[in-house]
Design a protein around this ligand. Structure first.
Ligand code: PBG
Length: 336
């Protein structure tokens, strides 16, 4: 019947039949975004009772750990399974070697500990990279203007271990040094954390869409040069497959493609090639675009956010990091 010229063509086939009313559209919908797909990135400030707007990310605030805990309880109540934490390191603690990253009493470690103590049900993901801690804003150690790979990996291992000690459930290296996943896995195992999960930012591109994030963590002002010697060239796709293959071989449990919407083709290729849990990061610049246009009245934030999130699912993502996680969770809970 499929091949019959009569049945396979108009007017026997009318695709609009399956679009005619909400119930049938619901019934034949192929992919669906759920609250359980969302990971909420949060910027953490020192002190208590501190809350600051991020000007380039309307609707996003930096929060001290006590206020973050209240916000995270709300996220948990909405059904969000995990949060990802990013610290705002006071500039006095930034050094060329980023040593504060390995201080077991640093802001992120204290925040992780407090969050796991107060909201143990939510998954806590921490970022492994030196950029919040280096005075030059790079993700690794510098010699002249070269970002050193192997020396950086040693520091990342120590950083990962202090985060695991603090109680992080998932260690997420976002630095793009070669060989760091295997080294971090070995360091975690040796330190007694064989069950700590590694989510590798495996295919992370050197993207201009990270601009507002660098404002949010106040690393923009310090960054000398760009990150093109370690983050990927936006023109490449095969290289993403190699990156993911290596990170999986080294022990990554899950992988990430970043940024999000401009790289949906990469998500699809990675998912098809490896069939492993694959995450997307709907990054700061993508979020800022939706917010800015909706503030101008040019786009509707809620519907463009939900459409963006379903695009990730359609491309094969298992979960999505998005600054709109709480907004999306509220919308999803309302529509259920
Ligand atoms: C840093 C890091 C970045 C992001 C997450 N971790 C920025 C960068 O690489 O410069 C970007 C996230 C976003 O733009 O939302 N290691």
């Amino acid at each position: 019947m499929q091949n019959s010229p009569y049945f396979s063509q108009f007017p026997a086939i009318r695709l609009r039949r399956l679009r005619a009313s909400p119930w049938i559209r619901e019934l034949v919908q192929e992919t669906r975004i759920s609250v359980t797909d969302l990971i909420w990135p949060i910027f953490i400030l020192e002190g208590s009772g501190n809350r600051e707007d991020v000007p380039s990310m309307p609707g996003v605030q930096r929060l001290s750990a006590d206020l973050a805990i209240e916000a995270i309880k709300e996220a948990r109540d909405l059904g969000i399974p995990a949060v990802a934490l990013f610290p705002i390191t006071p500039s006095a603690k930034k050094t060329p070697d980023g040593r504060e990253a390995c201080n077991s009493e640093n802001l992120i470690c204290r925040a992780v500990y407090a969050i796991k103590k107060n909201v143990p049900e939510i998954g806590v993901i921490t970022d492994v990279a030196l950029d919040p801690y280096t005075s030059h804003g790079h993700d690794g150690l510098l010699k002249g203007d070269v970002v050193l790979n192997d020396d950086t990996v040693e520091v990342l291992c120590r950083q990962a271990v202090v985060q695991a000690q603090a109680g992080a459930d998932v260690i997420a290296p976002s630095d793009m040094m070669d060989g760091r996943i295997g080294a971090i896995r070995a360091a975690l195992d040796k330190a007694g954390y064989p069950d700590t999960i590694i989510l590798s930012y495996a295919a992370k591109y050197a993207s201009a869409f990270y601009g507002p994030f660098r404002d949010a963590v106040q690393s923009a002002g310090c960054l000398s040069g760009d990150k093109k010697t370690y983050q990927m060239n936006p023109g490449n796709t095969n290289e993403a497959i190699r990156e993911v293959a290596l990170d999986l071989a080294e022990g990554a449990d899950m992988v990430m493609v970043k940024p999000g919407l401009p790289y949906l083709d990469i998500i699809r290729r990675v998912k098809d090639a490896f069939s492993v849990p694959t995450f997307a990061y709907h990054v700061s610049g993508e979020y800022a675009m939706l917010r800015a246009a909706s503030e101008e009245g040019w786009l509707d934030y809620a519907s463009t956010l939900m459409e963006s999130l379903s695009a990730f699912k359609r491309a094969g993502a298992d979960g999505i990091f998005t600054y709109g996680a709480v907004d999306a969770a509220r919308l999803l809970n309302k529509s259920e």
